[in-house]
Design a protein around this ligand. Structure first.
Ligand code: ATP
Length: 315
C-alpha cells in the first residue's frame, strides 16, 4: 500500500527551482534510500513531505490524507530526524524525550514507558540523566533520532543521520533502523554513504537538480547500466590533460579521479581498455589496471556526473 504520494511538487527559493515537478510514491514497509549530490533537493523534498516547509504547488498525500488539510494528524504518524542535531542542550537526554513525547500527546505512565523504551533502543539508557553537551557526536546523533521515535511513528524520515560519527555509533544506528523496519516502520533515508544504501535500502531514488532522475531496486538500477563497464587505472601522474584525452575516446561516458586512481565508465565492448592504456602510457607508468562490472555508485556517477561522497565536480 502506498503511504506517501507526492505529485507535481514545485518549490522555489527566489528564482531557484529546488523541486521541479517531483513525483514520489513510498510503499508501506519499505526502506527507501534517497541519494543525490549536494544541492539536489533531498532536504527540501523531505521537509515538504513532513510539512515543515510550504511548497509552491503540487499535492501531497500521506496515509491517504491530504497533507494540507490534515497536517497535525499526519505529523503524529511521522518521525523526522533532521540533518542538524535539534535537541535541547539544557535538558537531560530523558527530559528531551519527555518534551518531544509531550508534544505528541503522550503523558503519565505511557510517556514514562516510551521514554525508557526509546532510550534503551538507542543505547542511551545509562546516560538518561546527562546533558547532551557531555555526549560524543555519535551519542548526540542517537539522541536526535530518539526524539523522533519516542511517539512511535509509523513512518520515519531520516536526513543524513550518520554524518560525522564513529563507526560504532553508525553501526548502532544502522542496526536500529533495520530493527524498526522489521517491526513495521516505513523509512525514508538520505545519506552520502553509498554502502549504507547498499546495506539498508529496499529501493533507491536518485535526485539531481530538483528532479528524480531514476528509481528502482539496486538490482534494477545496476541493470540499467549493465551495458557499461568500469575501468580503474592507477597511474603515476593522473593530470588533467590525461583525463581530457580519456574523455575524448569513443565509447567513454565518464572519467573521474580519486588520488592516483582514474575511473572510466564506458560502453561495454567498445575496446576502451586497450585505447585507454595506450593513452595512459604516453603520460608515464601505469601501476595497475582493473575492469569491473558497474555498481550502484557507478549508476550514480553515470546519471549525475558527480561523485556521491563529496558532491563535487571531479568529472
Ligand atoms: P545536501 O546533500 O547538501 O544536504 P540537498 O540535496 O539536501 O543537499 P537541498 O538542501 O534541498 O539539497 O537544497 C536544494 C537547493 O535549494 C540548493 O541549491 C540550495 O542551495 C537551495 N536552498 C535550500 N534551502 C534554501 C533556502 N532556505 N533558501 C534559499 N535556497 C535554499
Amino acid at each position: 500500500m502506498g503511504i506517501v504520494n507526492m505529485e507535481n511538487i514545485v518549490k522555489r527559493y527566489g528564482s531557484h527551482l529546488a523541486l521541479d515537478y517531483v513525483d514520489l510514491k513510498i510503499t508501506e514497509g519499505e526502506i527507501l534510500g534517497l541519494l543525490g549530490p549536494n544541492g539536489a533537493g533531498k532536504t527540501t523534498l523531505i521537509h515538504a513531505l513532513a510539512g515543515t516547509i510550504k511548497i509552491d504547488s503540487g499535492d501531497i498525500r500521506v496515509f491517504n490524507k491530504e497533507q494540507k488539510a490534515n497536517l497535525l494528524d499526519i505529523k503524529r504518524e511521522i518521525g523526522l530526524v533532521t540533518q542538524e542535531i535539534s535537541v535541547f542542550t539544557d535538558l537531560t537526554a530523558q527530559e528531551n524525550l519527555e518534551f518531544f513525547g509531550g508534544i505528541y500527546g503522550l503523558k503519565g505512565k505511557e510517556l514514562k514507558k516510551r521514554v525508557e523504551e526509546t532510550l534503551e533502543f538507542v543505547g542511551l539508557i545509562d546516560h538518561a540523566s546527562k546533558l547532551p553537551d557531555k555526549f560524543s557526536g555519535g551519542m548526540k546523533r542517537r539522541l536526535n533520532i530518539a526524539c523522533a521515535l519516542v511517539h512511535e511513528p509509523k513512518f520515519l524520515i531520516m536526513d543524513e543521520p550518520t554524518v560525522g560519527i564513529d563507526p560504532q555509533s553508525r553501526n548502532h544506528i544502522l542496526d536500529a533502523i533495520r530493527e524498526l523496519n522489521r517491526r513495521g516502520t516505513t523509512i525514508l533515508y538520505t545519506t552520502h554513504y553509498m554502502e549504507e544504501i547498499q546495506n539498508l535500502a529496499s529501493r533507491v531514488v536518485i535526485m539531481d537538480q530538483g528532479h528524480i532522475i531514476t528509481q528502482g531496486t539496486i538490482q534494477e538500477l545496476v541493470e540499467k547500466i549493465h551495458h557499461e563497464e568500469k575501468i580503474k587505472l592507477q597511474v603515476a601522474e593522473p593530470d588533467d590533460e590525461l583525463l581530457e584525452k580519456l574523455r575524448k575516446l569513443d565509447g567513454v561516458k565518464q572519467v573521474s579521479k580519486t588520488g592516483k586512481e582514474i575511473q572510466i565508465i564506458s560502453q561495454a565492448g567498445a575496446g576502451t581498455l586497450d585505447r585507454a592504456l595506450t593513452v595512459a602510457k604516453e603520460f608515464g607508468g601505469i601501476h595497475s589496471v582493473t575492469a569491473d562490472k558497474p555498481t550502484l555508485e557507478d549508476v550514480f556517477l553515470t546519471l549525475t556526473g558527480k561523485q556521491l561522497r563529496d558532491g563535487g565536480n571531479e568529472k
